[in-house]
Ligand binder design. Structure first.
Ligand code: SF4
Length: 716
């Protein structure tokens, strides 16, 4: 391994340290870097942090809480970006154990956002001595931060010469910093891009070096605009280097136990993935045809749930595009290996037109968001948008859902060519959508408006273009300021809550209940739905505390899973996680303990939202498009289903009603149902009717700190 990461740049601040050894998943230290005033220091991980907040998202929320003020905005210097992998992150024996979780105040929602991402940065950060990295301040000039574990140095360097777009940063890392193969393997970079500079939905790219392609690859911390915060702080790259990763780098308490559980899951994946979801061949792209079959695929801004051309962008198509036979894991030991790529894709547009590039993905959310939701069924266009969103540092979900909203506004006459600088932004116009993407990166034209995200576009369209506010509130698929991810929820009340009752905004990583609710009818009562909206968000939150990827939990299942009492929980895999946590940390836990660990972080985040002004019942509202048909044509597209509901549930006779009357009657009913759902969920979660965690709940969870209680007391 090279003596140190090379540098030829002016060093603005430097800090020497003796890297702490990892012990049972923790190093016991977090790194604080202020890129504004040059402070770099080590901060101890306290018992409260380990016992109450576990790691990952928990550490991020804890550090952020004490880093900001009640009135801190996303672009204030004291806003932080905190990255942490959690105690199990860096395990190489169990698939999906290398995630990082990033936490910051979001430019979209203006409350904390957490984003779960693959790539090597988080685990290598730990092996360089740090359980978390906390970045604060705002630099005057562009900088990079280098954390060089093997030589025990952290530096802030000025970086006028470092590129901004992420695929260039990846190559820069290798050309400039890495001298040997090991430097490449055990160095990782976090970057954003020129799009992140100019928009509110910038993402972060986390690199991993692909030994088979001999090239840098990226995974995205997509949601909530953390890439925007990153560039606002004038950071071009965070770089970490560690000693070579070994099977015991995470120093688990019981490596044998972990290896045994890991071997079992490896065998399951090898044996059953081909018959189940074919993640190893096509990643999550298999979901396109399933969602289309069940009327759940977002089409034309979530108006519809299926499209006759969906087969043009389904899993088979992507399997043919993805290079097969390469172990595409985004962390060591992940035999699920779903991080596929399209190699040698020749770009057709933009500043890199003609270049042959690796496109990381697309995954389901990208295909559905920038594809079907926008009426785009051309694989080349999805690849083009996927690549440019990534390298510009833009979230593909916010881009796709936001673009679909714009396209509906265009078709409704709210926008026209004059307002879009000549772009005909109708559904299916891939060239126009791609041009807006480039405009965001160039900070010009209609792209400047689009870059504000759906929530703020509504204001612009009302104030500057005279649009009807009520209509926009119904059709803009955003809640709390963040765009929806890609599932149609009209027929699943539980999933309407799964999106609306999230802490960070509508993202499916908290709860995905559509099949349980809508297809299998396993949640017939409000209490059933509320229980599911307690258990699943808590269980899924736990992945983000510990550094796990959720996919190996339920994208392959044991063959006898259907015969278990609660097949939707995948009981055998839940047992694996209980044993893994114990095997890494040495703490014996039960399944209930995992849920309680999550409840602590989850309730703390809810109080954090309230502290920053957005965590009450009114903020859990959802756009009506996610609950039912807004327009006459939407109603007519499913007329049999809706008429039947009017007859059987509401006792109305649709025969004598106009479609507008039917839309109104259904709406009244569905909005009432959503309010009843909120009541049931708040009660189950131990919150007041206004959505405030009760002091006794906070006390039971051990987070009744005076400053936490002071926040909730204002609303009791
Ligand atoms: S399942 Fe896929 S996304 Fe998850 S860790 Fe493995 S390769 Fe990465």
């Amino acid at each position: 391994m090279a003596e140190k990461v090379k540098t030829t740049r002016r060093v603005l601040a430097e800090f020497s340290y003796d890297p702490a050894e990892t012990e049972r998943g923790y190093t016991g230290e977090t790194l604080y870097v202020n890129v504004g005033d040059g402070t770099i220091e080590s901060r101890p991980v306290t018992d409260t942090m380990k016992e109450q907040f576990i790691g990952g998202r928990g550490f991020g929320l804890y550090r952020l809480w004490y880093g900001v003020e009640d009135d801190t905005k996303w672009d204030d210097p004291e806003n932080e970006i905190v990255i942490s992998s959690g105690p199990c992150g860096g395990t190489t024996q169990y698939p999906g154990s290398g995630k990082s979780i990033v936490v910051s105040i979001s430019p979209l929602t203006e409350i904390p956002v957490d984003s779960n991402v693959g790539g090597h940065f988080g685990p290598l950060l730990k092996f360089a001595g740090w359980d978390a990295l906390e970045v604060q301040g705002k630099a005057e000039e562009d900088v990079i931060v280098i954390i060089d574990g093997p030589v025990g140095k952290v530096r802030i360097e000025e970086a006028p010469d470092v590129p901004v777009d992420s695929h260039l940063v990846g190559h820069w890392l290798i050309d400039e910093l890495a001298e040997t193969d090991e430097d490449r393997y055990y160095t990782s970079v976090v970057a954003a891009g020129t799009g992140a500079e100019n928009s509110r939905f910038g993402c972060l790219n986390f690199s991993f070096y692909d030994r088979h392609r001999e090239a840098p690859r990226f995974k995205q911390a997509g949601r909530g605009g953390i890439g925007t915060v990153f560039r606002d702080k004038r950071i071009k790259a965070l770089v970490v280097r560690s000693e070579p990763v070994r099977g015991d780098s995470n120093a688990p308490a019981d490596r044998k136990r972990i290896s045994e559980i890991g071997s079992k899951l490896h065998r399951e994946i090898y044996k059953y993935d081909d018959d189940q979801n074919q993640m190893r061949k096509g990643g999550t792209s298999y979901l396109v045809s399933i969602m289309n079959d069940y009327d759940l695929l977002p089409v034309h801004n979530f108006r519809y749930g299926k499209h006759p051309e969906a087969h043009k962008i389904d899993g088979d198509v992507w399997q043919a595009h993805f290079t097969q036979g390469i172990p595409d894991g985004c962390w060591y030991g992940c035999t699920m290996a779903c991080s596929h790529a399209v190699d040698k894709y020749e770009l057709r547009t933009g500043p890199y037109k003609g270049d042959q590039v690796i496109v990381d993905g697309p995954e389901y959310e990208t295909i559905a968001g920038v594809g079907s939701c926008c009426g785009i069924f051309e694989p080349w266009a999805i690849l083009e948008i996927n690549f440019y969103c990534d390298t510009y540092g833009l979230d593909t979900i916010s881009f796709g859902t936001g673009m679909a909203f714009v396209m509906e506004c265009y078709e409704a006459g709210i926008l026209d060519k004059e307002k879009t600088d000549g772009l005909e932004l109708t559904f299916g116009n891939a060239e126009a959508a791609i041009e807006v993407l480039h405009q965001v990166a160039r900070n010009e034209g209609f792209g400047k408006i689009f870059a504000q995200g759906s929530h703020r576009m509504k204001d612009i369209f009302v104030e500057e273009f005279g649009a009807d506010r009520a209509f926009l509130e119904d059709i803009a698929m955003e809640a709390k300021g963040m765009e929806y991810s890609e599932y149609v929820t009209k027929e699943s009340l539980a999933q309407q809550g799964g999106y609306g009752l999230t802490n960070k905004g509508p993202q499916h990583d908290e709860a995905w209940l559509i099949f349980m609710d809508q297809i299998s009818n396993l949640l017939p009562t409000f209490e059933d739905k509320a229980e599911a909206l307690h258990y699943f968000p808590m269980f899924r939150t736990w992945f983000g505390l510990c550094g796990f990827c959720k996919l190996p939990w339920n994208d392959v299942v044991p063959p006898d899973n259907a015969e278990t009492d609660e097949p939707q929980k995948i009981p055998a895999h839940v047992s694996n996680y209980v044993a893994l946590f114990a095997g890494v940390t040495g703490q014996d836990v039960t399944e209930d303990d995992l849920i309680e660990q999550s409840e602590t972080a989850y309730n703390f985040q809810r109080v954090f939202n309230i502290r920053l002004g957005k965590g009450l019942r009114e903020h859990d509202a959802i756009p009506y498009r996610s609950a039912g048909p807004v327009t006459v044509e939407e109603y007519e597209s499913r007329v049999e289903r809706y008429d039947k509901q009017l007859r059987e549930i509401l006792g109305l006779n649709p025969e004598g009603m106009t479609t507008e009357e039917k839309v109104g009657a259904l709406r009244e009913h569905r909005e009432e149902q959503y309010e009843k759902l909120i009541d049931a969920v708040y009660a189950r979660r131990g919150w007041t009717e206004n959505g405030v965690p009760k002091p006794e709940k906070l006390e039971r969870l051990g987070i009744d700190f005076p400053d936490v209680i002071a926040v909730v007391e204002k609303y009791l």
